[in-house]
Design a protein around this ligand. Structure first.
Ligand SMILES: Cc1cc2nc3c(=O)[nH]c(=O)nc-3n(C[C@H](O)[C@H](O)[C@H](O)COP(=O)(O)O)c2cc1C
Length: 299
């Protein structure tokens, strides 16, 4: 775990950038009026440091001494991120990302999966907790078994649907809404028919599944997971791969304590995202339509 040790006074040029960027104000300017001198001090007696590493990342002279983590990643463009990608290219990148559900029968190398995970490592998280953990499944039998378990959950929902008029008084929220929706009956019927024919409508025969799990402690865990998987989606795209977030799998794993245990997920954690990865079989010609923005400007 990252720990700031001290400021190396021989290197510090007193630019105060660390004072400005520390989100919990652990750096301050100390003035010695008699000697007409100032120095920058770091103090964290209450252990308030969120280990964001911003002080390390901004210091022009590498004066912040720290321990407990990998070395920083130095690259020239870190200071000028706007020069890495212009907005026109960025928006094209965003618009060209698709959820991929048809894959080539080709495995994804461990190296590429590693690169995708590396991009997720750099995703922001609330209070820089970085508590996300991952399970990568590339074993086809494991993927098929999990897919079947999830499909069974959906097929069981069909029975629930049949009993909906009896169950209504006991069902609330989203599930009640879903049972009321006339589309549900048709979707469930189609799902059962296609699954019986052997189609994988959960993971779409993808060669890789990534499960993101994390401690259940915070409301921010969901957003943290969303950002990490989004990083992974764009990284995959840059590597010629396609991805799709699988909400069905997430919902099943959220509910199934038994499967979580089988996957080695601790009881204080739950699943916050599931993503499939593979080589897209088709190329899209254009971005699909999107709703118009709903924005309220308070100027
Ligand atoms: C949280 C979340 C859950 C999703 N769950 C599923 C899913 O279970 N199965 C599926 O085929 N697609 C799933 N998708 C993909 C969406 O259907 C897809 O993102 C949407 O149709 C827009 O298409 P695009 O991603 O190509 O822009 C999910 C997407 C998100 C963000």
């Amino acid at each position: 775990m990252l720990q700031i040790i001290r400021i190396d006074k021989s290197k510090c040029i007193k630019c105060q950038k660390c004072v400005d960027v520390c989100p919990v104000s652990l750096y301050s300017v100390k003035r010695d009026e008699k000697k007409m001198k100032k120095s920058i001090v770091f103090s964290d007696t209450l252990g308030k440091c969120i280990r964001c590493g911003h002080c390390i990342a901004i210091c022009p002279t590498e004066a912040i001494e720290y321990k407990g983590t990998d070395l920083t990643f130095n690259f020239e463009e870190a200071s000028y991120p706007e020069e890495l990608l212009n907005f026109d290219d960025f928006i094209k990148l965003i618009r060209s990302r698709r959820s991929i559900r048809v894959f080539e029968d080709k495995p994804v190398s461990k190296e590429k999966i590693g690169s995708i995970l590396e991009s997720m490592r750099y995703a922001p998280s609330a209070s820089n907790k970085q508590s996300r953990k991952y399970i990568v499944i590339t074993n086809q039998n494991e993927i098929d078994n999990l897919s079947k378990k999830i499909a069974n959950m959906i097929i069981k929902a069909r029975f629930l649907f049949k009993l909906r008029y009896i169950l209504f008084p006991f069902i609330k929220g989203v599930l009640r809404k879903r049972l009321l929706n006339p589309k549900t009956k048709h979707s469930l019927k189609m799902f059962l028919e296609e699954t019986t024919k052997g189609r994988d409508l959960i993971f779409f025969n993808a060669p890789c599944v990534i499960i993101l799990y994390a401690p259940k402690y915070s409301q921010m865990t969901g957003p943290d997971a969303g950002i990490a998987l989004t990083h992974g989606m764009f990284a995959a795209q840059a590597l010629g791969l396609g991805t799709c977030w699988i909400g069905f799998a997430q919902e099943y794993l959220w509910r199934s304590k038994k499967t979580r245990k089988q996957l080695g997920i601790s009881s204080w954690c739950n699943v916050y995202g599931v993503m499939i990865i593979g080589y897209p079989k088709h190329r899209f010609e254009r971005a699909p339509p999107r709703k118009r923005l709903t924005v309220q400007w308070l100027e």
